[in-house]
Design a protein around this ligand. Structure first.
Ligand SMILES: Cc1cc2nc3c(=O)[nH]c(=O)nc-3n(C[C@H](O)[C@H](O)[C@H](O)COP(=O)(O)OP(=O)(O)OC[C@H]3O[C@@H](n4cnc5c(N)ncnc54)[C@H](O)[C@@H]3O)c2cc1C
Length: 386
């Protein structure tokens, strides 16, 4: 018996969502898949691929149409990040940072002037980066020491940022600095800084375990004059920009993680059906079937958490705890599922000619960036204990 008032499945997608997911997945197969190994080896995303990502429209998913963007919702960004990450999580995080951190912050906190100047560029051809962390401040992000001192109609910034995703590709950087170190988090201010501003340099790129093609860079800021009109939100209220964008951003990392896990599961299913030992496909062994079934169950559970957090966000409902749970769990699932995929490939899983060792390396970052797993546990426990 059918009930009209019953909600469809928790993972049910609207028609436009299916369309976006499928077109991004198709793009990932055709345009990204052939480059995966080379990008990992050379630790670089080719410029032509960036251009194609802009053409596809995934660099400005939530940017309103009046600024040349897709005018879609956060959930669409989550679907795009998942689909790209299933093929290459480095491309996934490039798109994730652009949408869920940079564009999101500008839409939410940018003045009309800032929106008019930056959103059309971010939709068309400009990559953004989000610079909060420093060498001495990671989990304790508001202990940052990059300093902004007022000088007429500008602030003069000095300091260094570390671990900045998209550092190599970006032309627009959201930089968090303090206008008053004594005020603690109440001094934190968000500035929009362009690559060409005198005194701003992109420094060393990290040589990483995974997501190697995603650039992770140091930023060097020396007497960099930034007009007051470049402040995002209010001076001294940058902590709000940081907290609120990261709360949303970690749902995007959840999407990256379920993409990785889904990608690894897909490879494992295909391989175990092809690989023969003891005269039959290894997928015919019940122990192997059990492993695959467990992987599929975990991917589904993680996807439910991620989609639900994203749906809550789009509905304007509280989602802080759900986002923390989604990131915590999906990053653990990604690590477990990719590790099992390596096991199921046997020796072939351990070499670079096959895709799963890379996904295993790529998965690890999910438990570190945008709040380590411990920090997610702290958030969840706070909510639990009141
Ligand atoms: C590849 C990559 C990309 C990144 N991209 C960006 C980016 O684009 N922008 C940006 O601003 N940052 C970025 N980061 C930085 C990232 O967000 C930080 O590395 C992360 O927040 C952890 O900070 P940390 O490295 O200083 O570790 P620490 O904070 O020193 O943590 C070390 C360990 O101590 C634990 N710990 C710390 N405090 C507590 C506590 N109170 N309770 C329990 N355990 C605790 C942590 O869980 C962790 O296990 C990136 C990092 C990497 C590796």
């Amino acid at each position: 018996m059918e009930h009209d008032d019953v909600q469809p499945a928790l993972t049910a997608l609207a028609e436009d969502e299916v369309l976006l997911r499928d077109s991004v997945a198709e793009f990932a197969e055709a345009q990204v898949r052939p480059l995966v190994r080379e990008m990992d080896e050379h630790a670089k995303i080719p410029k032509e691929l960036l251009t194609r990502l802009f053409e596809l429209g995934v660099m400005g998913i939530e940017i309103p149409e009046q600024y040349g963007g897709g005018g879609a919702r956060f959930f669409h960004a989550v679907l795009a990040v998942e689909a790209l990450s299933a093929v290459d999580p480095s491309v996934g995080v490039l798109v994730d940072v652009q949408n869920t951190l940079v564009v999101n912050a500008l839409i939410r906190w940018g003045s009309d002037d800032v929106k008019q100047r930056y959103l059309p560029r971010l939709a068309a051809d400009t990559v953004g980066a989000y610079a909060l962390s420093e060498a001495g401040s990671g989990s304790d992000a508001f202990a940052l020491t990059t300093r902004a001192v007022p000088d007429g109609d500008a602030y003069v910034l000095n300091g260094r940022k570390l671990w900045i995703t998209n550092g190599n590709e970006a032309d627009v950087f959201l930089i968090f600095a303090t206008i008053n170190p004594e005020a603690g988090y109440r001094g934190v201010t968000a500035f929009v800084v362009e690559r060409g501003f005198p005194g701003f340099t992109v420094g060393r790129k990290e040589d990483k375990l995974g997501i190697r093609a995603s650039s992770t860079c140091e930023l060097i800021i020396e007497d960099c004059r930034v007009p007051k009109t470049q402040i995002l939100g209010e001076a001294g209220k940058g902590y709000k920009v940081a907290i609120e964008t990261l709360n949303e951003g970690r749902i995007g990392i959840g999407a990256q993680m379920i993409g990785i896990a889904k990608g690894a599961l897909g490879h494992a299913v295909k391989y175990t059906k092809e690989r023969k030992q003891f005269g039959k496909a290894i997928a015919e062994f019940q122990l192997v079937q059990g492993q695959l079934a467990r992987m599929a169950t975990e991917v589904e559970a993680a996807r439910l958490l991620v989609y639900n957090a994203a749906r809550l966000r789009d509905a304007g409902r509280p989602f802080l705890t759900e986002a923390a749970m989604a990131k915590l769990y999906s990053s653990e699932v990604a690590e477990r599922v990719t590790s099992l995929a390596v096991n199921l490939y046997g020796g072939y899983g351990y070499v670079k000619d096959y895709p799963v060792e890379k996904l295993w390396r790529d998965a690890k970052i999910g438990q570190i960036y945008e709040g380590t797993s411990n920090m997610q546990l702290v958030t969840i426990a706070k909510q639990l204990l009141g």
